[in-house]
Design a protein around this ligand. Structure first.
Ligand code: ACO
Length: 158
């Protein structure tokens, strides 16, 4: 597991990350015209979603940002969503979603640091596995983060 490089910090997403997070995510997909107040409402909703039966404040939605300390810029953003299942005796599965490193910060190990952080967060919350879907072109990146191929993604679009 890589530690956070000097000059950067990792923390839970906050309201002030709006511009930097939407910029980083636009390198992944269409963010659309999300306002600051919609962003704040989503963060507030995420904060309310506690894992059932837990008294330690553990949440389902765990979105982390890597911040460049000197400037406060958002270098990277990503989520591990923790799902409570019926199978595996009510086990927890972590889903890594919406990983994006701002183009100015790619190739500095920050993507790997972020995935390692989210995987460890999933483990610390009690997940028995953490899974994700990605494009073929990113398989090598996730393999460097300790992931291996499992299954096939399928979808129906509405
Ligand atoms: N294929 C193979 N290897 C790769 C790739 C790739 N596409 N990208 C990075 N690597 C390697 C690096 O060379 C490095 O190798 P090393 O440890 O031997 O030096 C290692 O993986 C770690 O690379 P990082 O520097 O941590 O990668 P970076 O910070 O540039 O982030 C990322 C990679 C997240 C894919 C970035 O390019 C990005 O944001 N891309 C656009 C958005 C995107 O595709 N996000 C992922 C969507 S999938 C999902 O969200 C579940």
């Amino acid at each position: 597991t890589n530690s956070t490089p000097a000059g950067f910090e990792i923390r839970r997403i906050e309201s002030r990350d709006f511009a930097g997070v939407t910029t980083a995510l636009s390198g992944l997909t269409t963010v659309g015209d999300l306002s600051q107040s919609q962003f704040d409402d989503i963060l507030a909703y995420w904060d309310t979603q506690l894992l059932p039966g837990r008294t330690d404040g553990a949440r389902s939605y765990n979105t982390s940002v890597i911040i460049e300390s000197a400037t406060g810029r958002v270098a990277a953003v990503g989520t591990v969503f923790v799902e409570k299942k019926l199978i595996h005796a009510g086990g927890l599965v972590g889903h890594i979603e919406d990983i994006a490193v701002n183009p100015d910060f790619r190739g500095k190990q920050l993507g790997k640091v972020l995935i390692n952080h989210l995987s460890a967060l999933g483990a610390s919350l009690g997940c028995y596995k953490v899974i994700l879907d990605c494009d073929e072109k990113n398989v090598g990146f996730y393999e460097k983060c300790g992931y291996s191929r499992a299954g096939v993604e399928m979808q129906v679009r509405m």
